[in-house]
Design a protein around this ligand. Structure first.
Ligand SMILES: [Zn+2]
Length: 276
């Protein structure tokens, strides 16, 4: 699933392509993927409007249009949002096509069809169910170690589950939660409230570092993810633990182990991330 660095990379690659173009045509090929709008309303509200910006909140991508309309995408498992300057043929997995001016198209391509899009307005975007509950943006300056400390205080769930919970911090998923915990030397199974102030500081730093490095590499292409121009990322070659269960730790050589936490897999180094 695309996490913060992948959605941010899609945002950065799409924005220069989309800004200033107007929507000329809306083709909904799978109406079930519309979260709160009918195909007819989507067409009525989008056609003729110019795209003014592309934003991101957590794992949500926001396309801002003139007149205050906002298209919100969540790509879930296999969603891809790709800009084609000359247009492109529809495939069996194309779920939505936005025909744009001076011919260009934006396609939502989605093998498993879990991606969702909503249409809302600037004044209501933060009230959309998924967005309303989001915690702080980890790369914003106002995300401080104190804020992370406060979010973990009194929480007995495992630190890994707390990091996956979008209310603690927005945009982390399985890949970057595992990577940040490894970098901070914290065992994913430890209760959130057992972390010392130094450990919370280290985790805060690790979260920001790993996200920034992943964005610089264009994200992690483990299975489906590509950027807004269809290009894979490169951070998969730099992962320390995610997807490496049974392989030697890059730091100490100990074999990495896996665990299940709330139905999600987690991988860590038993030596660099001791449980006690
Ligand atoms: Zn190790």
């Amino acid at each position: 699933m695309p996490e913060l660095p992948e959605v941010e990379t899609i945002r950065r690659t799409l924005e220069p392509c989309l800004i200033g173009r107007a929507v000329e045509r809306v083709e909904v090929l799978r109406p079930k993927q519309l979260g709160n709008v009918t195909p007819a309303d989507l067409e009525r509200r989008l056609v003729g409007r110019r795209i003014e910006g592309v934003g991101r909140r957590g794992k949500y991508l926001l396309v801002h249009l003139e007149g205050g309309e906002v298209l919100v995408f969540h790509l879930r498992m296999t969603g891809r949002l790709i800009f084609y300057p000359e247009g492109a043929p529809v495939t069996p997995y194309t779920r939505l096509v936005l025909g744009l001016t001076s011919p260009a198209e934006l396609h939502l391509h989605d093998v498993r069809s879990f991606a969702v899009l909503w249409l809302t307005t600037e004044d209501k975007v933060n009230a959309l169910p998924g967005l309303a509950a989001l915690g702080p943006e980890p790369l914003e300056p106002f995300f401080t170690p104190q804020e992370l400390k406060a979010a973990l205080a009194g929480r007995r769930s495992s630190i890994k589950s707390l990091l996956l919970n979008q209310e603690t911090v927005a945009g982390l998923g399985n890949i970057y939660a595992d990577e940040a915990l490894f970098r901070a030397g914290i065992n994913p199974l430890r209760p959130g409230n057992s972390l010392t102030p130094e450990e919370v500081n280290g985790l805060w730093r690790a979260i920001r570092e790993v996200l920034e490095e992943a964005i610089s590499s264009g994200g992690t292409s483990f299975r489906d993810y590509v950027d807004g121009r269809g290009r894979p990322g490169a951070f998969q070659t730099r992962l320390s633990v995610y997807g490496r269960k049974g392989e030697p730790c890059r730091r100490c050589g100990t074999l990495l182990v896996g665990a299940r936490l709330g139905g999600r897999s987690t991988v860590y180094c038993p030596r660099c991330q001791p449980l006690s």
